[in-house]
Ligand binder design. Structure first.
Ligand code: FAD
Length: 497
């Protein structure tokens, strides 16, 4: 369908990723006529959501909860798996700690309170879940133990999620207009009543009773990254889509919307230094390198610059990309020995990888492109020589196996690098999504600068600001998209009555 063929609808959704699909399906369920506009062509639809690994952070208090989401778990040897629990309280603690207590308390309460239900809703749409064994729990002493509040992933990751949701859209008859870019919001007398779009160099005004903005962050826009995130961020790799360029932010600000969230903040991880400038769906999220807690990270001078073992990767990965961005040349190398190879995630075994290997550290050092050989050897000598408490290595807990007396101590999992072969991975910063967005109520209504909801305008997903500051707990983005997507769709549908 093209814009010229679209009649006025009750709810027009801008975007076709996770938040948009859930908003559209929810509005449809509430009895509204719905259409979606997607700037990308069909084969690149779905924004960042298609690139995700599918981590999904929800509350659960027992195995019974998990079985409702992922019935296949019943086929596992449950006696050898400790799923633990992830309560509202633990989720709140994590959100508070990670955002330095800046996350909007009301939005956070809605996110956490509806997180499990969001999983059940996705299951109703046909999305499958699987236990995150080996990603969020390692086998130690014959038993898996979950450590990061993340028990399940979406089976097949973002590609399964997006394909399943779009199948559902098709089955219920919600049209998606591809290659159609929203460029401005249309104001009626009393409310927002449509969107101006560009399609094949032509402009169209599409009328609607209400509009849901679910068009992602501005991570794909180098100019906006440099302007808001600061120097050199225009040089960062983009982990996902090239289509989230921040037009939605500007459209809303132009009609008086208020902003919220950490506009100079973003989710950024360690990403293969030779990855392409934007994400590649055939590789998905696997240019990431998240197992640094079990190794040593050095910069061009051969120096360590952070505590690799500060916390489980789920709680540091999204801010450590910023640390790499502060290093000379905007890169670093992760160095490991043979002791931890069994713990490495599949992203360390892909074909397109910047990897070096050697049987001695002396042989490995000169192979690390851009790194001062003498500097790194001295750093590794000091690291291996540093005193440590006599405690066992255990990747499932904060084991306290730390160095003592280094300029920056490694506070957990600080095994010596003493077992060849040694291997190293070259990384730079990969930006995932930007934290700055639009101010919205708990009903996903976008507010104006006087604090009043703008009639007919809703937001969900990355563009909804106020949840993330400084850092982010893995698996929260997709949940937030489902929770506020559903609310936005429902409220938009109800608002036209
Ligand atoms: C590699 C990678 C791995 C990730 N892994 C996870 C994970 O495991 N778990 C998790 O919770 N989160 C993960 N995330 C974060 C997650 O992707 C996002 O939080 C979430 O998918 C955002 O969903 P969204 O619907 O807001 O935006 P998107 O999915 O990005 O969708 C935005 C949509 O808007 C469209 N669009 C943009 N501008 C316009 C316009 N002007 N007009 C029309 N359409 C427009 C885009 O083309 C796109 O379809 C990951 C992200 C990346 C990049």
């Amino acid at each position: 369908m093209t814009p010229a063929e679209l009649d006025k609808v009750d709810v027009l959704v801008v975007g076709a990723g996770n938040a948009a699909c859930n908003a559209a399906l929810s509005a449809h369920e509430a009895g509204a006529t719905v259409a979606m506009i997607e700037t990308a062509p069909k084969d690149a639809r779905g924004g960042n959501s298609a690139f995700t690994g599918g981590a999904f952070r929800f509350t659960y208090s027992s195995i019974d909860d998990l079985l409702r989401l992922a019935p296949d778990i019943a086929d596992l040897d449950l006696a050898s798996i400790d799923f633990g629990t992830y309560t509202d309280g633990q989720y709140f603690d994590d959100m508070g700690r990670l955002t330095e207590y800046r996350c909007d308390p009301e939005l956070t309460e809605v996110l956490i309170g509806s997180s499990f239900e969001a999983g059940l809703w996705l299951r109703q749409q046909g999305v499958r879940f699987q236990p995150a064994l080996g990603r969020q729990a390692f086998k130690v002493g014959g038993k898996f133990k979950f450590w990061g509040g993340l028990a399940c992933h979406i089976f097949g990751g973002g590609q399964h999620l997006v394909a399943t949701l779009h199948d559902r859209l098709e089955r219920v008859g919600i049209p998606v207009l591809y290659d159609t870019t929203a460029t401005a919001l249309l104001r009626g007398d009393t409310r927002i009543d449509g969107v101006r779009v560009r399609h094949s160099f032509r402009q169209y005004d599409l009328r609607a009773g209400a509009v849901v903005m679910a068009c992602g962050g501005f991570e794909s826009n180098a100019e906006m990254r440099a302007r808001y995130l600061g120097p050199n961020w225009d040089l960062a790799k983009v982990r996902g889509t090239k289509y989230n360029t921040g037009i939605g932010h500007r459209m809303a600000i132009d009609i008086g919307a208020a902003v919220a969230g950490h506009w100079s903040g973003a989710h950024a991880v360690q990403w293969d230094m030779n990855a392409p400038p934007y994400g590649d769906l055939s590789v998905g999220d696997r240019f990431q390198k998240h197992n640094y807690p079990f190794g040593v990270l050095v910069n061009a001078r051969g120096q360590r610059f952070l505590d690799e073992g500060l916390d489980f990767h789920s709680y540091t990965y999204a801010k450590y990309g910023h640390e790499v961005m502060r290093q000379p040349g905007l890169f670093a190398w992760q160095i490991f020995d043979a002791k931890i190879v069994h713990l490495l995630r599949d992203e360390y075994r892909i074909a397109r990888i910047t990897k070096e290997q050697a049987d001695t550290l002396e042989e490995l050092a000169p192979k690390l492109t851009g790194v001062d050989t003498a500097g790194v050897l001295e750093t590794l000598r000091q690291y291996n020589a540093a005193p440590r408490p006599d405690v066992p290595f255990n990747p499932n807990v904060h084991d306290g196996l730390r160095t003592i007396g280094l300029p920056i101590d490694k506070t957990n999992w600080a095994q010596k690098l003493d077992t060849p072969p040694y291997h190293a991975y070259g990384v730079t910063a990969g930006v995932t999504f930007t934290f700055g967005g639009l101010k919205a109520t708990t009903s996903a209504e976008v507010e104006d600068t006087s604090g009043m909801p703008i009639p007919g305008l809703y937001a969900a997903g990355e563009i909804l600001g106020g949840l993330y500051f400084h850092n982010y707990g893995s698996g929260t983005g997709l949940v937030a998209g489902v929770v506020f997507g559903r609310i936005a769709g429902q409220q938009a549908a109800l608002s036209r009555r």
